[in-house]
Write a protein that binds this ligand. Structure first.
Ligand code: GTP
Ligand code: MG
Length: 205
Protein backbone atom coordinates (compact mmCIF):
# COMPACT_ATOMS: atom_id res chain seq x y z
CA UNK A 1 0.00 0.00 0.00
CA UNK A 2 1.28 3.42 -0.94
CA UNK A 3 0.35 6.36 1.27
CA UNK A 4 -1.04 8.98 -1.05
CA UNK A 5 -2.73 11.10 1.55
CA UNK A 6 -2.96 11.26 5.32
CA UNK A 7 -5.13 13.87 6.96
CA UNK A 8 -6.08 14.66 10.51
CA UNK A 9 -9.78 13.91 10.80
CA UNK A 10 -10.62 15.02 14.31
CA UNK A 11 -10.37 14.50 18.04
CA UNK A 12 -13.18 12.80 19.95
CA UNK A 13 -13.88 12.36 23.63
CA UNK A 14 -16.69 9.84 23.41
CA UNK A 15 -17.43 6.86 21.19
CA UNK A 16 -20.90 8.28 20.46
CA UNK A 17 -19.40 11.36 18.85
CA UNK A 18 -17.26 9.45 16.34
CA UNK A 19 -18.02 9.90 12.61
CA UNK A 20 -20.99 7.89 11.45
CA UNK A 21 -20.01 7.22 7.83
CA UNK A 22 -19.28 3.69 6.78
CA UNK A 23 -15.52 4.07 6.36
CA UNK A 24 -13.41 1.14 7.59
CA UNK A 25 -11.03 1.81 10.43
CA UNK A 26 -7.98 0.29 12.06
CA UNK A 27 -7.23 1.24 15.66
CA UNK A 28 -3.97 1.29 17.57
CA UNK A 29 -3.83 0.22 21.19
CA UNK A 30 -0.96 -0.09 23.61
CA UNK A 31 0.56 1.22 26.79
CA UNK A 32 0.99 4.88 27.30
CA UNK A 33 4.29 6.04 25.79
CA UNK A 34 4.84 2.79 23.85
CA UNK A 35 5.06 4.74 20.59
CA UNK A 36 1.58 4.71 19.03
CA UNK A 37 1.64 8.26 17.74
CA UNK A 38 5.22 7.88 16.50
CA UNK A 39 4.24 4.73 14.64
CA UNK A 40 1.45 6.58 12.84
CA UNK A 41 3.80 9.39 11.85
CA UNK A 42 6.50 7.06 10.56
CA UNK A 43 4.19 4.65 8.76
CA UNK A 44 2.26 7.51 7.13
CA UNK A 45 5.50 9.34 6.40
CA UNK A 46 4.22 12.55 8.03
CA UNK A 47 6.39 13.92 10.81
CA UNK A 48 3.75 15.79 12.74
CA UNK A 49 0.47 14.11 11.90
CA UNK A 50 -0.01 12.62 15.38
CA UNK A 51 1.36 14.36 18.45
CA UNK A 52 4.11 12.30 20.03
CA UNK A 53 5.84 13.14 23.27
CA UNK A 54 8.30 11.78 25.79
CA UNK A 55 5.71 12.60 28.48
CA UNK A 56 3.47 9.57 28.99
CA UNK A 57 -0.25 10.06 28.73
CA UNK A 58 -0.02 12.55 25.88
CA UNK A 59 -2.92 11.13 23.90
CA UNK A 60 -6.03 11.22 26.12
CA UNK A 61 -8.58 11.39 23.39
CA UNK A 62 -9.51 9.41 20.29
CA UNK A 63 -7.68 10.92 17.34
CA UNK A 64 -8.54 9.94 13.80
CA UNK A 65 -6.59 10.18 10.59
CA UNK A 66 -8.04 9.63 7.15
CA UNK A 67 -5.64 7.65 4.97
CA UNK A 68 -5.79 7.59 1.16
CA UNK A 69 -9.31 8.94 1.56
CA UNK A 70 -10.38 5.35 2.13
CA UNK A 71 -9.87 4.33 5.76
CA UNK A 72 -9.28 5.78 9.20
CA UNK A 73 -6.35 5.10 11.47
CA UNK A 74 -7.52 5.57 15.03
CA UNK A 75 -5.07 6.59 17.75
CA UNK A 76 -6.56 5.52 21.07
CA UNK A 77 -5.32 6.76 24.44
CA UNK A 78 -2.61 4.59 25.96
CA UNK A 79 -3.33 2.46 29.01
CA UNK A 80 -1.34 1.80 32.14
CA UNK A 81 -0.42 5.39 32.74
CA UNK A 82 0.51 5.12 36.41
CA UNK A 83 0.05 8.77 37.27
CA UNK A 84 -3.41 9.11 35.82
CA UNK A 85 -6.15 9.45 38.41
CA UNK A 86 -8.20 6.37 39.18
CA UNK A 87 -11.35 7.97 37.80
CA UNK A 88 -9.50 8.85 34.61
CA UNK A 89 -8.30 5.27 34.20
CA UNK A 90 -11.81 3.94 34.77
CA UNK A 91 -13.13 6.37 32.16
CA UNK A 92 -10.45 5.17 29.75
CA UNK A 93 -11.41 1.55 30.31
CA UNK A 94 -15.07 2.22 29.59
CA UNK A 95 -14.31 4.24 26.52
CA UNK A 96 -11.97 1.66 24.98
CA UNK A 97 -14.29 -1.20 25.82
CA UNK A 98 -17.28 0.46 24.25
CA UNK A 99 -15.21 1.45 21.21
CA UNK A 100 -13.94 -2.09 20.63
CA UNK A 101 -17.31 -3.69 21.25
CA UNK A 102 -19.58 -1.33 19.41
CA UNK A 103 -17.67 0.20 16.58
CA UNK A 104 -18.99 -1.46 13.47
CA UNK A 105 -16.47 0.23 11.21
CA UNK A 106 -13.61 -1.43 13.08
CA UNK A 107 -11.75 -3.84 10.80
CA UNK A 108 -8.71 -4.57 12.90
CA UNK A 109 -6.55 -3.52 15.81
CA UNK A 110 -2.82 -2.99 16.03
CA UNK A 111 -1.59 -4.03 19.47
CA UNK A 112 1.65 -2.19 19.99
CA UNK A 113 4.26 -3.40 22.46
CA UNK A 114 7.80 -2.30 23.27
CA UNK A 115 10.25 -4.91 22.04
CA UNK A 116 12.47 -4.32 25.07
CA UNK A 117 9.89 -5.22 27.69
CA UNK A 118 7.80 -8.18 28.66
CA UNK A 119 4.17 -7.30 27.83
CA UNK A 120 2.20 -6.04 30.83
CA UNK A 121 -0.91 -7.53 32.40
CA UNK A 122 -2.83 -4.74 30.64
CA UNK A 123 -1.45 -5.90 27.29
CA UNK A 124 -2.56 -9.42 28.07
CA UNK A 125 -6.00 -8.18 29.12
CA UNK A 126 -6.25 -6.24 25.87
CA UNK A 127 -5.31 -9.24 23.77
CA UNK A 128 -7.94 -11.29 25.63
CA UNK A 129 -10.58 -8.64 24.91
CA UNK A 130 -9.73 -8.65 21.24
CA UNK A 131 -10.01 -12.42 21.04
CA UNK A 132 -13.22 -12.53 23.09
CA UNK A 133 -14.80 -9.99 20.78
CA UNK A 134 -13.38 -11.65 17.67
CA UNK A 135 -11.63 -8.52 16.51
CA UNK A 136 -8.80 -9.29 14.09
CA UNK A 137 -5.54 -7.96 15.51
CA UNK A 138 -1.86 -7.78 14.71
CA UNK A 139 0.97 -7.41 17.18
CA UNK A 140 3.69 -4.88 16.45
CA UNK A 141 6.88 -4.78 18.50
CA UNK A 142 8.21 -1.25 18.24
CA UNK A 143 11.48 0.48 19.19
CA UNK A 144 13.43 -2.31 17.47
CA UNK A 145 16.26 0.19 17.10
CA UNK A 146 16.75 0.01 20.85
CA UNK A 147 18.11 -3.54 20.89
CA UNK A 148 20.75 -5.29 18.82
CA UNK A 149 19.77 -7.56 15.95
CA UNK A 150 21.09 -10.61 17.75
CA UNK A 151 18.76 -10.13 20.71
CA UNK A 152 15.56 -9.44 18.82
CA UNK A 153 14.52 -13.04 18.25
CA UNK A 154 14.71 -13.77 21.94
CA UNK A 155 12.62 -10.70 22.78
CA UNK A 156 10.00 -11.64 20.20
CA UNK A 157 9.76 -15.09 21.77
CA UNK A 158 9.15 -13.56 25.19
CA UNK A 159 6.37 -11.41 23.73
CA UNK A 160 4.85 -14.39 21.94
CA UNK A 161 4.86 -16.43 25.14
CA UNK A 162 3.71 -13.74 27.54
CA UNK A 163 0.77 -12.80 25.34
CA UNK A 164 0.04 -16.45 24.56
CA UNK A 165 -0.20 -15.60 20.87
CA UNK A 166 -1.25 -18.17 18.28
CA UNK A 167 1.87 -19.86 16.87
CA UNK A 168 1.04 -18.71 13.32
CA UNK A 169 0.77 -15.07 14.29
CA UNK A 170 3.87 -13.19 13.18
CA UNK A 171 4.87 -10.26 15.30
CA UNK A 172 5.82 -7.29 13.15
CA UNK A 173 9.15 -5.76 14.07
CA UNK A 174 8.97 -1.98 13.83
CA UNK A 175 10.94 1.17 14.51
CA UNK A 176 9.63 4.69 14.25
CA UNK A 177 13.23 5.78 14.55
CA UNK A 178 14.67 4.10 11.45
CA UNK A 179 11.57 2.93 9.57
CA UNK A 180 12.11 -0.77 10.15
CA UNK A 181 8.96 -2.75 9.32
CA UNK A 182 6.98 0.05 7.66
CA UNK A 183 6.29 -1.97 4.51
CA UNK A 184 5.15 -5.04 6.43
CA UNK A 185 2.93 -2.97 8.68
CA UNK A 186 1.32 -1.16 5.74
CA UNK A 187 0.60 -4.47 4.02
CA UNK A 188 -1.06 -5.84 7.16
CA UNK A 189 -3.13 -2.69 7.58
CA UNK A 190 -4.21 -2.85 3.97
CA UNK A 191 -5.21 -6.50 4.37
CA UNK A 192 -7.22 -5.70 7.49
CA UNK A 193 -9.02 -2.86 5.72
CA UNK A 194 -9.73 -4.92 2.61
CA UNK A 195 -10.82 -8.03 4.47
CA UNK A 196 -14.48 -7.43 5.23
CA UNK A 197 -14.77 -4.59 2.79
CA UNK A 198 -14.62 -7.09 -0.08
CA UNK A 199 -17.59 -8.95 1.36
CA UNK A 200 -19.70 -5.81 1.32
CA UNK A 201 -18.41 -3.37 -1.22
CA UNK A 202 -14.99 -3.73 -2.80
CA UNK A 203 -12.77 -0.79 -1.95
CA UNK A 204 -9.47 0.26 -3.48
CA UNK A 205 -6.83 0.93 -0.82
P1 GTP B 1 0.71 8.23 24.61
O1 GTP B 1 0.06 9.14 23.62
O2 GTP B 1 1.18 8.91 25.85
O3 GTP B 1 -0.10 7.02 24.91
O4 GTP B 1 2.11 7.72 23.96
P2 GTP B 1 2.34 7.07 22.53
O5 GTP B 1 2.15 5.60 22.62
O6 GTP B 1 1.61 7.79 21.48
O7 GTP B 1 3.93 7.29 22.36
P3 GTP B 1 4.69 8.39 21.49
O8 GTP B 1 4.58 8.07 20.05
O9 GTP B 1 4.31 9.74 21.94
O10 GTP B 1 6.22 8.05 21.87
C1 GTP B 1 6.69 8.05 23.21
C2 GTP B 1 8.20 8.24 23.22
O11 GTP B 1 8.85 7.10 22.61
C3 GTP B 1 8.69 9.46 22.43
O12 GTP B 1 9.76 10.03 23.14
C4 GTP B 1 9.15 8.86 21.12
O13 GTP B 1 10.16 9.62 20.50
C5 GTP B 1 9.70 7.51 21.55
N1 GTP B 1 9.60 6.49 20.48
C6 GTP B 1 8.46 6.08 19.87
N2 GTP B 1 8.72 5.12 18.95
C7 GTP B 1 10.06 4.92 18.98
C8 GTP B 1 10.96 4.04 18.26
O14 GTP B 1 10.57 3.23 17.40
N3 GTP B 1 12.28 4.12 18.58
C9 GTP B 1 12.75 4.97 19.53
N4 GTP B 1 14.07 4.95 19.78
N5 GTP B 1 11.94 5.81 20.21
C10 GTP B 1 10.63 5.80 19.95
MG1 MG C 1 0.12 9.19 21.60
Amino acid sequence: MKIKSAEYAGTFVTVESLPQEDIPEVAIVGRSNVGKSSMINRAMNRKHLAKSSSTPGKTRTINMYLINKSFYLVDLPGYGYARAAKTERARWGRMIESYLKRREQLRGVILLVDIRHEPSSDDLLMKGWLEDNQIPYMVVATKSDKISRGRRKNHLEIIQKTLALPAELEIILFSADNGDGVETLLESISEAVAHQATEESPKEV
